[in-house]
Ligand binder design. Structure first.
Ligand SMILES: Cc1ncc(COP(=O)(O)O)c(C=O)c1O
Length: 354
């Protein structure tokens, strides 16, 4: 605490990101990054813009990338907003659509950045417990006073809702904005983008950080009715006109046009997810059915914290959340990384039995 801090800084509770160890030989399964490299076409596109033009500001309205996204999603460019990672898009959306005197709702177990934004912007919130099977309670999300936000699939559980359940949440909050955070949708869940044509109150957010292996360039976007997109633009243009740099713009455009590369890579990740699920179930773990690039598991024979710490000693990083003490979250790595991981887990469990 410093006497120079504003009251805003004093009341913040900043998000704590997963560890980013510096050692080279670790297996990093803790921040849901993609274990495979980005599309070579995206890398080449980024290289090709590193030159004299970097002296100029980038296009503030991101026209070309918005057109690429709009064509893919079968919407108009006016339905697309682009931000510096989906975290930035979410932060703008909290400011643009939620009020300081109307409680918003989100699931009790969910992406831990939502309460951080709510505190930063003084937005009250209510959390809705998950059902016993760890699915989001659709009825509990209805009739919010201030709006709703949830990821689909949810994080850190990986469990997804069906499109008709999402539609129900949108319908039963028709006077509020419903944000569906689709950070992980490409790994198997149904997208709610088609619903933006029917409902003016739904905003979908996406990121290139997970499915497109581009966490390092920070590119996220939102799709929604033109009035919601205009609201986001007004906040962005009151904050920073040039949020997306030239290199990121070039990489994102090329990546979003290389489906052949990404379809193959995403199936490798989902195949490895299914393989890892079976291996851990054989070891007696409780593994939630995941539609994402990570697994949320409750170990057998060891506590989640013991397993997290033992794996870390073996240079394997997974995510342990102190408030979810029976579970750890494991991002899906390459086939070889997951083989190593399963072997180490087996070894840790066996050594504890002795
Ligand atoms: C549910 C969810 N939403 C959004 C994000 C933010 O992604 P980014 O800011 O990299 O686009 C994450 C990142 O872990 C996430 O788990």
């Amino acid at each position: 605490m410093s006497k120079f801090w504003s009251s805003t800084v004093r009341k913040t509770k900043p998000y704590v990101p997963g560890e980013q160890p510096n050692e080279a030989d670790v297996i990093k399964l803790n921040t849901n990054e993609n274990p495979y490299p980005p599309s070579p076409k995206a890398v080449e596109a980024m290289r090709s813009v590193i030159g004299d033009d970097l002296r100029k500001y980038p296009n503030p309205t991101v026209d070309s990338l918005r057109k690429v996204i709009a064509d893919r999603e079968e919407v108009k460019p006016e339905n697309v907003f682009v931000g510096n990672g989906s975290d930035e898009v979410l932060a703008f959306a909290f400011q643009a659509f939620f009020e300081t005197n109307e409680a918003i709702r989100f699931p009790e177990i969910t992406y831990s950045f939502y309460p951080v934004y709510a505190k930063l912007y003084d937005i009250p919130y209510q959390t809705v417990p998950l059902k016993n099977d760890f699915t989001i309670d659709v009825d509990g999300m209805c009739n919010s006073i201030g709006g709703v936000i949830f990821p689909n699939p949810n994080a850190p559980t990986g469990v997804a809702l069906k499109l008709n359940e999402i539609e129900k949440i949108i319908q039963c909050n028709s006077n509020q904005v419903v944000i569906v955070d689709e950070a992980y949708v490409a790994f198997g869940a149904e997208s709610a983008v088609p619903l933006i044509k029917k409902y003016p109150n739904v905003l979908i957010t996406r990121t290139l950080s997970k499915s497109h292996a581009l966490a390092g360039i920070r590119l996220g976007y939102a799709i929604g009715s033109t009035s919601l997109i205009e609201g986001l633009e007004r906040i962005k243009n009151s904050f920073n006109s040039y949020t997306i740099n030239r290199v990121t713009l070039a990489g994102a455009e090329a990546a979003l046009q290389d489906d052949e590369y990404y379809d193959e890579m995403i199936s490798r990740v989902t195949d490895t997810r299914e393989w890892t699920t079976h291996q851990l179930e054989d070891l007696g773990f409780d593994v939630l059915p995941s539609q994402a690039n990570f697994l949320f598991v409750s170990p057998s024979k060891v506590t989640a914290q013991e397993l997290y710490e033992s794996l870390k000693r073996e240079k394997i990083y997974v995510r342990y959340f102190e408030n979810l003490e029976d579970y750890i979250r494991i991002s899906i790595g390459t086939e070889n990384e997951m083989k190593d991981f399963v072997e180490k887990v087996r070894h840790i469990i066996e050594s504890i039995k002795i």
